[in-house]
Ligand binder design. Structure first.
Ligand SMILES: [Zn+2]
Length: 395
């Protein structure tokens, strides 16, 4: 596979393109961001945006919150630097881990904020995971659409127009770039292009209704609210990272010191180097594993690429981490198969259909990654609840 000569990302990476020197567009974008963006002007825009909304509604803004480093930093920054009164909105995807929950409790208490937490029906979640795994080789539809759409429903219910997300997507991909002076808008266009895998909640209802007992209203947390309602609210849904430089390592250090935020072990990752990334979900290892089977790289490659780009590690060290950690089978696979009621062969068969050439996964020779410290506490289904309870069985 062709790889970027600077950061090593392979040609199977989404949105990647290489220039004549073999350097990828994401590396090029970083050069632009460092050299040409007027961060002072953007900081001014941020201050104006906050002042425009301050004190006019029940809350000054809404902060969608996972408890990961980015949303935690975003909340800390807005409360400490701007003294806003935020409404924190949390969509619980069903796989939140102990360390994360402890972090969240501590953060909410230390910052003194109001929080709404929403957990959708687990039985439906499993059915949605299976459906999108089979159709797209990606089981995270319920989580991505829910996290993205649910806070917008809350914005409407409370009539709070300003919504602050954390990191802009241009840090990792070239879907959006910094080159136009526009501020990246987290809106329905992005929802339909990048978040929902091309499957709306209405489509989804049609896909599952024949075999799964489901009230169409159960899908509403996964719908994007009507645009006319959001426009009437004069909503502004933006990323804090569009206004201030986003340095993940520096941000993480701040929340560790100020909020006692703790990282965690993530399956398939070097725990000492990257303890702060994607600690939100016990199925993260599965997501990374599927990415590896499909595209020939996993999270460790992505993190190494980011560090190479920022000249934080040597290429030799990066290669060593990738060689040691990439493409290991996560212990959570067992739980995942039990949730969905499928065998590993069935799983491999489903994923094989979504492989991006020229990569060819070797399904038979995947070694297991070690178990994380909390693995034995992750949710397990009783035997009678494993898999999806289909309509036929229910009736
Ligand atoms: Zn690159």
């Amino acid at each position: 596979m062709q790889k970027c000569t600077a950061c090593n990302l392979p040609e199977t990476y989404e949105t990647i393109e290489f220039d004549e020197n073999g350097v990828c567009n994401i590396c090029r974008q970083k050069d632009y961001k460092d050299e040409k963006i007027n961060w002072e002007k953007r900081a001014q825009m941020l201050a104006e945006l906050v002042e425009k909304h301050r004190g006019k509604y029940e809350y000054d803004c809404i902060v969608p919150f996972s408890g990961g480093k980015d949303s935690t930093y975003t909340l800390w920054y807005l409360v400490k630097k701007f003294k806003v009164r935020p409404l924190v909105v949390q969509f619980n995807h069903g796989f939140m881990r102990d360390t994360l929950m402890e972090n969240n409790r501590r953060t909410f208490k230390k910052l003194g904020v109001d929080v709404i937490s929403f957990t959708p029906n687990w039985k439906l979640v499993k059915r949605l995971m299976l459906e999108t795994l089979v159709r797209k080789g990606d089981f995270c539809w319920h989580c991505h659409t829910g996290i993205f759409a649910y806070p917008m429903h809350i914005a409407l219910k409370y009539q709070v127009p300003l919504i602050f997300w954390g990191e802009p997507s241009s840090e990792y991909t070239a879907y959006y770039d910094y080159e136009d002076e526009e501020i990246e808008c987290v809106d329905e266009t992005r929802f339909n292009r990048f978040i929902n895998l091309g499957i709306t909640a209405e489509d989804m209802y049609g896909m599952i209704k024949d075999d799964y007992q489901c009230d169409p209203r159960e899908l509403s947390p996964y719908t994007y609210p009507p645009l006319r309602d959001l426009k009437r609210l004069k909503y502004q849904s933006v990323c804090l990272g569009s206004f201030i430089p986003w340095d993940v390592k520096a941000n993480t250090k701040i929340i560790q010191e100020e909020l006692g935020w703790r990282g965690d072990q993530v399956e398939g990752m070097p725990w000492d180097e990257y303890s702060y990334e994607k600690i939100e979900c016990s199925m993260q290892g599965m997501r990374d594993y599927i990415k590896y089977l499909k595209r020939g790289y996993s999270r460790v490659s992505q993190m190494v690429a980011l560090d190479l780009r920022n000249e934080r590690i040597s290429k030799e060290y990066g290669d060593k981490l990738v060689a040691e950690y990439e493409g290991r089978k996560p212990p959570s696979l067992t739980l995942f198969l039990e949730y969905l009621g499928i065998s590993e062969d069935q799983f491999n068969h489903i994923v094989a259909k979504t492989v991006v050439p020229p990569f060819k996964p070797d399904f038979d020779n995947m070694e297991y990654a070690p178990k994380t410290h909390d693995f034995d506490r992750w949710y397990r289904e009783d035997e009678q609840d494993q898999g999806i309870i289909y309509k036929a069985k229910v009736e």
